[in-house]
Design a protein around this ligand. Structure first.
Ligand code: 4AD
Ligand code: MG
Length: 468
């Protein structure tokens, strides 16, 4: 085969250099045609769109073309021509075809017919080759890029917080332990507690649930930082919105109060959605047409007007009125309850028909580090609630007062030996500061319109599942 530099299909489809010879490489999506001419739809992952390869059957011979079935990989040289068929502008008239690898139709699981999402999860090693997952993972990349760009352009520093930690940031006891101890032969003290002295870190260690605490150390030095990394939660929630391993973006800003924090969250998330509309339209359009006819309208919808700002107490009042008016929720509504996603979605989708930022939650249902309000009951928390998703962002102004923070840590029996370094930020040069965490996969659920969080991360980790 003659050597010509490879052109990516995304570029071929933009080209008007008719008559020139090009080389494309990729995987066959379909092959159809007649005894005279065969049409191969070839995809190389650079775009949702395939390039059509037109093959003169006589020239290559039917026997040679036979193994070119769905999933086979090819290198094709050919002439770029203006397409006669509708739906594409250019096609390639093949002059040479090299088959890299075949995909026996009797066993290759990705045939043309539509597969269920559940089935595709079982073959997560192959699903990136489908149109749907190609689209999702291209969007995932673009959103990651947009997030770094957003913060970098505004002078934030990307700060790397540890994945292995000895402190439980959210205090919810949902941590995966990290140990090199022999689990068949654990040393225990007289009270039956495990002795960690000889473990790898010399103490009990876990995978982090959040980079926030270390993020605060950085924010109170560099001014404004963000983290963007994997986080781990051993919560046994088998829902379409929970993963045991998910990625989180956590900005933290010195001198910001909760209002600045809300403004940043709103600007940030709108920037991400706008970026997707500006840079991923081919993929979004595909997902809109295939799965969710309201996707594009919903994305545009959150960009219009500002998010509603509402206290938790007012939110509860609205929900209680809805119950009185006959609305049925699965879970009860009362002041003090941790809102379920049905409650959050009612406020967003039915009551306000806009994203809502709920603030000032009861302190009992929020983490120890949140700034305490003067009422003694609520803390300066803020959750951003989104259509179809519910909570997409959780954050707060932080308690910067040493005594109040220490009190709360003691009230909640959080071991001081794990927290001395965090408290030092309040002992030395303490400042008001705020931050939040955006669940990357929750954002992707929103932007792609996928219904299940397992379908926006390449290899989901959920209870009883760590395949691939
Ligand atoms: O509300 P969370 O628990 O807040 C924190 O972790 C704070 N330390 C963040 C901060 O202030 N820096 O989690 C933040 C976000 C949630 O709003 C949600 O989008 C996502 O992380 N999230 C999950 N996403 C997928 N699977 C899970 N199990 C998640 N738990 C939280
Ligand atoms: Mg939360």
């Amino acid at each position: 085969m003659e050597l010509i530099g490879r052109t990516k299909i995304v570029d071929v489809l933009q080209s008007t250099a008719y008559g020139t010879t090009v080389n494309v490489k990729g995987w066959v999506r379909t092959r159809r045609g007649s005894k005279q001419v065969s049409f191969i739809a070839l995809n190389d992952g650079s775009t949702i769109n395939n390039v059509q390869i037109v093959v003169d059957v006589e020239k290559f011979g039917e026997e040679y073309l036979k193994p070119i079935t769905t999933g086979a990989s090819l290198s094709v040289n050919g002439t770029l021509v203006q397409s006669q068929g509708k739906g594409q502008s250019v096609e390639i008239q093949a002059t040479e075809i090299q088959i890299y690898g075949t995909a026996d139709p009797a066993v290759y699981p990705l045939q043309k017919k539509g597969h269920s999402m559940e089935f595709l999860r079982e073959i997560a090693h192959l699903r990136p080759r489908t149109n749907t997952f190609g689209a999702v993972f291209r969007i995932r990349h673009n959103m990651a890029y947009a997030i770094h760009k957003f913060f970098h352009d505004r002078g934030f520093f990307y700060f790397h917080t540890p994945l292995i930690t000895a402190s439980d940031c959210e205090g919810a006891g949902q941590m995966f332990q990290v140990t090199t101890m022999n689990l068949y032969d654990l040393k225990k003290d007289e009270n039956g507690s495990i002795i960690y002295d000889n473990d790898f870190f010399g103490k009990q260690a876990s995978l982090t649930v959040s980079g926030q605490l270390e993020g605060e150390l950085a924010a109170t030095a560099l001014g404004q930082i963000y983290t963007f990394g994997p986080t781990f939660r051993a919560e046994n929630s088998n829902t379409p919105r929970h993963l045991a391993e998910f990625w989180m973006i956590e900005p933290e800003v010195a001198f910001n109060d909760i209002n600045d924090n809300m403004a940043l969250a709103e600007e940030f998330i709108k920037y991400c959605v706008q970026w997707a509309l500006d840079n991923c339209m081919d993929d979004i359009k595909f997902l809109n047409d295939m799965f969710d006819k309201e996707l594009i309208a919903r994305l545009q919808g959150v960009l219009e007007g500002s998010f509603v700002r509402l206290t938790y107490t007012e939110g509860i009042r609205i929900l209680e009125e809805a119950v009185k008016a006959g609305h049925k929720f699965e879970f009860p509504v009362y002041w003090g309850v941790d809102l379920a996603s049905e409650h959050e979605r009612f406020l967003v989708e039915e009551h306000f028909k806009r994203p809502v930022i709920l603030t000032d939650y009861p302190k009992e249902i929020k983490a120890f580090y949140m700034k305490q309000n003067d009422d003694g009951k609520t803390v300066r928390a803020m959750d951003v609630l989104f259509p179809k998703i519910g909570e997409i962002i959780g954050g707060s102004e932080r308690e910067e007062n040493y005594d109040k923070l220490l009190n709360r840590i003691q009230e909640l029996n959080i071991p001081m030996k794990d927290m001395w370094w965090y408290l030092d930020t309040r002992r030395f040069g303490t400042v008001p500061h705020s931050g939040f965490g955006l669940g990357f996969e929750r954002l992707l659920l929103f932007v792609t319109g996928m219904a299940n969080i397992r379908d926006v991360i390449p290899f989901p980790r959920t209870p009883k599942n760590a395949e691939f």
